[in-house]
Ligand binder design. Structure first.
Ligand SMILES: Cc1cc2nc3c(=O)[nH]c(=O)nc-3n(C[C@H](O)[C@H](O)[C@H](O)COP(=O)(O)OP(=O)(O)OC[C@H]3O[C@@H](n4cnc5c(N)ncnc54)[C@H](O)[C@@H]3O)c2cc1C
Length: 504
């Protein structure tokens, strides 16, 4: 009997990271895929041109640095084996497990089989999008309609169930496209500002949303090393990323001497919040953090952008099914449109890549839309909820730490036994991960989302190593000073005298 043709006409709203990941996987399965993207087409040139010249207003985080964790890097290789070479060709870098080992573990390192998959991809987000998009454009059954905004849904009620049949689009000026586009399935990959939420509301469809503010602002500045300077070697005594309690910082190395620095401060810290907005005080803060001096000290680098920021940093979880099943049949939301985490943890694209794979697997397996919606919701909850919850827990702990520095005398800062134990355990875990490869590997797996967050802590030998470290170092002694830097008041004193250049 001839095989039944199961290929569908699929519309995807948004050609960001998840739109592209989803589109590629579904095109590979033989579906006819059309992506609608409100932003203009990508420039033809090299990664620098794409980064500096592409007006990417639809993804406002486009120029913020992005880390691409092992889970995403491996998913890309596993699904699209020939794609990876394209990344190396344009200067992306592989950061291996061995390179990330702390110096204390380097000498006696013996690789284990899993280490080959514990690596990160380092490149600008612009480069990630560029490679994915050019690869997508080579697929015969995938089309990207750029510069086209989706304006509304086309819906219909069949057997008392509301379903989506297509989209209303706004073609570019002078473009001869019909304004209605019909499809079997619509995927919402429209990111953190997805318009579908308000369209659902207009139809009285109740998306259940959990939203928690991380109470930080996130600032970035890009730099390039001057021609006579090399990228600094890793130094065991200085950390290029860390948490000073009142401020988190990090360096994101790029290609060809480019790098970016991020600074995050609590929204309530009005002094530092103002300081990170100005180029001069942004630089001054960096120069007072020992971990950033090797990159920016001695006038080694010049800024290629101003400092620019992003607020509205939240953990958001949206639920698109109700007690009766899917709110809207044939509609699926992936990536930030469904689940968002604090960008500090560098998880968004990776959870989006997992989510895209979940959806393409579900659509491969289940033809019936209700069954597909049920399994998509179930797998999303199983795979993404633990990551989302761990990120939210980290946000809450970060808010408390920052509050303890800003309001040290508040009664809520009293040290209880529970608080002291949990801090001592955290310190022992940090110390144990610097001393025992088993603990470091587990923490690295968790960081890279190669396991459900914190699963390595269930391992009996890992637990013994951490408790042994706790007993040896005691929980009253000073915690390991992993990150060096001035206390908040010293930092403020140092930057107060920085002269401000008039804005250009
Ligand atoms: C400051 C910051 C730093 C981050 N750093 C990291 C990091 O280090 N690592 C990491 O993994 N993640 C990071 N993230 C998160 C990551 O950027 C997102 O999780 C990821 O981009 C989500 O992908 P997406 O495809 O869901 O959405 P997006 O990539 O935002 O794409 C959505 C697309 O939809 C388009 N669109 C929207 N509305 C319409 C419409 N009506 N019609 C047509 N097109 C439309 C937009 O133009 C956009 O292209 C960071 C986020 C922020 C804010």
């Amino acid at each position: 009997m001839p095989e039944q043709d199961r290929s569908k006409n699929i519309a995807i709203v948004g050609a960001g990271i998840c739109g592209l990941c989803c589109g590629l996987a579904l095109a590979q399965q033989g579906h006819q895929v059309t992506l609608f993207e409100r932003d203009d087409p990508m420039p033809e040139g090299d990664p620098d041109e794409v980064f500096f010249e592409w007006a990417r207003r639809g993804a406002s985080q486009f120029r913020h640095p992005h880390a691409f964790l092992a889970v995403m890097s491996n998913l890309l290789i596993d699904q699209f084996p020939d794609l990876i070479e394209e990344f190396w060709r344009v200067g992306a870098r592989k950061v291996s497990f061995e390179e990330m080992l702390p110096p204390s573990l380097q000498d006696n390192y013996t690789p284990s089989a899993e280490d080959a998959r514990l690596w990160l991809m380092m490149c600008r987000r612009a480069t990630m999008e560029m490679v994915l998009r050019r690869y997508a454009l080579k697929q015969a059954n995938l089309t990207i309609q750029s510069g086209i905004r989706v304006n509304a849904m086309i819906t219909d009620t069949v057997d008392q169930q509301l379903q989506i049949n297509g989209l209303m689009i706004q073609p570019r000026q002078g473009q001869q496209l019909p304004s209605a586009f019909y499809s079997d399935i619509v995927i919402d990959a429209a990111g953190r500002g997805s318009p579908f939420k308000s369209w659902f509301r207009a139809l009285n469809l109740d998306i259940k949303t959990e939203s928690h503010d991380a109470e930080i602002v996130y600032y970035t500045r890009h730099y390039k090393l001057k021609p006579s300077f090399q990228e600094p070697q890793r130094d065991p005594n200085v950390r290029s990323a860390g948490d000073l309690g009142y401020l988190k910082y990090g360096v994101f190395p790029g290609s060809n001497g480019h790098f970016a620095v991020i600074l995050c401060v609590p929204c309530d810290d009005l002094i530092l919040r103002e300081a990170v907005k100005s180029d001069d005080t942004f630089d001054a803060i960096c120069l007072n953090i020992p971990g950033l001096v090797p990159w920016l000290g001695d006038n080694k680098a010049e800024a290629t952008t101003a400092s620019f920021g992003m607020g509205n940093i939240k953990a958001v979880w949206n639920e698109f099914t109700g007690p009766q099943g899917p709110l809207l049949l044939n509609y699926f939301a992936v990536g930030d449109a469904a689940v968002r985490t604090n960008p500090l943890y560098g998880r968004g694209c990776s959870t989006g890549a997992i989510h895209s794979k979940v959806l393409s697997d579900v659509l491969l397996k289940y033809d019936d839309p209700k069954t597909a919606a049920y399994h998509f919701e179930k797998a999303t909850r199983e795979q993404l909820r633990p990551i989302w919850q761990a990120s939210l827990d980290e946000d809450r702990a970060g808010i408390k730490r920052a509050d303890a520095i800003l309001n040290p005398d508040h009664p809520s800062q009293r040290q209880t036994l529970k608080k002291r134990f949990s801090k001592a355990f955290g310190d022992a875990l940090t110390r144990a991960s610097q001393q025992h490869i088993r603990v470091f590997r587990g923490a690295f797996r968790t960081f890279n989302l190669m396991e459900s967050p914190g699963r390595f802590l269930k391992d009996r030998r890992t637990q013994i190593l951490i408790f042994w470290t706790l007993l040896r170092h005691g929980w009253k002694k000073a915690p390991p000073r992993v990150v060096d830097g001035p206390i908040r008041q010293d930092m403020i004193d140092k930057i107060e005298t920085v002269p401000q250049r008039a804005a250009a």
